[in-house]
Design a protein around this ligand. Sequence first.
Ligand code: SAM
Length: 187
Amino acid sequence: MNETPEVVVLRLGHRPGRDERMTTHVGLTARALGADRVVFPDNATGSLETVSDITDRFGGPFEAELTDSPRGVVRNWAGEIAHLTMYGLPVQDVEGEIREAHRDQPLLIVVGAEKVPFDVYEEADWNVGVTNQPHSEVAGLAVFLDRLFEGRELEAEWEDADRNVIPQGTGKRVEPVDSDAECGHNR
Ligand code: SAM
């Protein structure tokens, strides 16, 4: 998926304590479902560490980074911007247009935590609703990425992992990448 311009997820807002798991899951979902990079506000250091650790163990390419100015990332973005919000246009109506624009333009996907400043609605090229019902930024991001990549992200191959999960009908099996030996175990 690296032949196309990059897809970056920006987490806008992070309330320490309250948003820890949600912010981390935004990063993990961005990685697992095909984005190239996640940018967290600089008070989300725990999320950065967790996502970087998962990338080290389970592979990439994927980058997690902090910014001291999430709003600056939006303002200075050289490419297209999709802001996920329950008030936006239905994803099924705009996904084709966004995919087309992304053929030659980097895409920034903005997900909020608390109330998103109205400027962001104006700076976005698309305000996108994954349904127009309130739910979770993690769910919204997952559906949006899957629509953007039309399911191809599910076939991604991971580089530089130190372990591979071997899919099982029942139980868990994990193999070290640099050895043929199985180290997995069944429950
Ligand atoms: N009123 C907010 C809004 O504008 O969507 C809900 C805040 S919600 C707790 C946090 C984030 O989840 C939002 O900033 C948005 O990115 C995402 N979100 C929630 N519902 C969504 C939906 N139906 N479609 C897309 N994104 C959604």
